[in-house]
Design a protein around this ligand. Structure first.
Ligand SMILES: Nc1ncnc2c1ncn2[C@@H]1O[C@H](COP(=O)(O)OP(=O)(O)OP(=O)(O)O)[C@@H](O)[C@H]1O
Ligand SMILES: [Mg+2]
Length: 375
């Protein structure tokens, strides 16, 4: 870690009815990856939006490269070398990848946009980052993970000194996260200051040098990652010590009925001969390394991936699960590890998302009863 490049001190920001930031301090050094952590709504994104000129702060100071300043808008921040990869994607689906990356600073040939040149420059950028994306592809043709990689490439193309990653990994696959970490390590070695927001504790331990924790809009503290434990960080995030005596025996009585029984389940490469029993009132954990097949087992059980063989019993009765609808009909619910990708439909309303798994309850004849659904 080098010298301090960015200091935010006593930052305050209110929205109508919400004190989103309450005298928050934050600092970034050259050549460090600094995690910003906190529960949902703690104020992480807001702090970074204040930094990059999206929101105006109510009070406090920002010092960047030795000068006190406040960026009037994101463009001004970008030009000064402070860029943000947003939590929510901000790309134009109908434009190409290259057009998105160079939006607002297009290469021109006379009065016309020089698409060939932009494709070439975007191609170079991807090569440098070891990302395999066609610059001429329309943005809405890409997976969310690839779109996110484009956002990252765009941020890096700005010759930045400070890059903020706001939950970049939420939509990325394992191998994309690997690529992202390589990119981040490379940027760090070049002396950039990196802010990394994530809820995934394991990532924080792997990739970051320091951790700043926020809670309810306030600053809680800053730790050196390698000197702190997962528990230290979690305790700071939630504001109390979460400690339970390790169980020496199950709280579930031995004769509790078996509600779910799986025998010799096979599904794809990852799920081979899986058998287990789940009792009423029991919480059954599945442990294993990345790629051990835990998610795949859950997906097969939920009918999201085809089952090749094996038997599933619910309350002692053998069931046939061929689709998520079958699983739901049998009283199985599934919460995905990647809520944005597999859990919800982001374009739909809260009401639509909440009722989607039980639409039958909200029908009047062949139509959805909107009133009922909203209620
Ligand atoms: N534009 C806005 N108008 C009103 N309230 C806002 C606005 N942006 C954020 N807030 C509120 O400010 C608080 C902090 O939100 P923020 O998005 O910064 O949290 P976060 O730490 O990034 O959470 P998450 O982990 O869910 O992304 C929340 O109570 C949020 O509802
Ligand atoms: Mg956020």
């Amino acid at each position: 870690m080098g010298e301090v490049i960015l200091t935010m001190k006593g930052i305050d920001k209110s929205f109508p009815g919400v004190h989103a930031l309450d005298h928050v301090d934050f600092e970034v050094k050259k050549g460090e990856v600094h995690a910003l952590m906190g529960e949902n709504g703690a104020g992480k994104s807001t702090l970074m939006k204040v930094l990059t000129g999206i929101y105006k702060k109510d009070s406090g100071t920002i010092t960047y490269e030795g000068r006190e300043l406040e960026f009037a808008n994101p463009k001004e921040a970008q030009d000064a070398g402070v860029v943000i990869v947003h939590q929510e994607l901000n790309m134009m689906g109908h434009l190409t990848v290259a057009q998105n990356i160079f939006i607002g600073r297009e290469f021109m040939k006379g009065k016309l946009i020089d698409d060939a040149k932009m494709n070439e420059e975007a191609g170079k950028l991807f090569d440098k980052l070891n990302i395999n994306i066609d610059p001429n592809e329309k943005m809405n043709k890409l997976t969310v993970g690839k779109q996110q990689m484009c956002e990252i490439a765009k941020a890096i193309s700005h010759d930045a000194k400070v890059i903020v990653f706001d939950e970049p990994s939420a939509a990325l696959t394992e191998s994309e996260i690997d690529e992202l970490f390589k990119i981040i390590k490379d940027l760090r070695s070049k002396g950039l200051g990196i802010v990394y927001i994530s809820h995934r504790m394991d990532e924080i331990k792997v990739i970051t040098d320091r951790v700043t924790v926020m809670r309810d809009g306030g600053y809680v503290g800053t730790l050196i990652t390698k000197d702190s434990t997962k528990n230290d960080i979690i305790n700071m995030m939630v504001g109390r010590v979460i400690y339970e005596d390790p169980k020496t025996e199950s709280n579930v009585s031995k004769d509790a009925p078996v509600v779910l029984k799986v025998e010799h389940l096979n599904a794809g490469k990852m799920v081979r001969d899986v058998s287990f029993e789940l009792h009423k009132g029991e919480i059954l954990g599945f442990s294993g390394l990345m790629g051990a097949g835990r998610t795949e087992t859950a997906r097969a059980l939920f009918g999201a991936d085809p089952i090749e063989s094996g038997d599933i019993y619910i309350n002692g009765k053998k069931v046939d699960i061929k689709s998520p609808m079958d699983a739901v009909a049998n009283g199985i619910g599934y919460l995905s590890e990647d809520r944005k990708r597999y859990g919800i439909v982001v374009q739909k309303t809260v009401a639509e998302n909440t009722t989607m798994a039980a639409l039958d309850n909200f029908m009047s004849g062949i139509f959805i009863n909107k009133k009922k659904k909203k209620k």
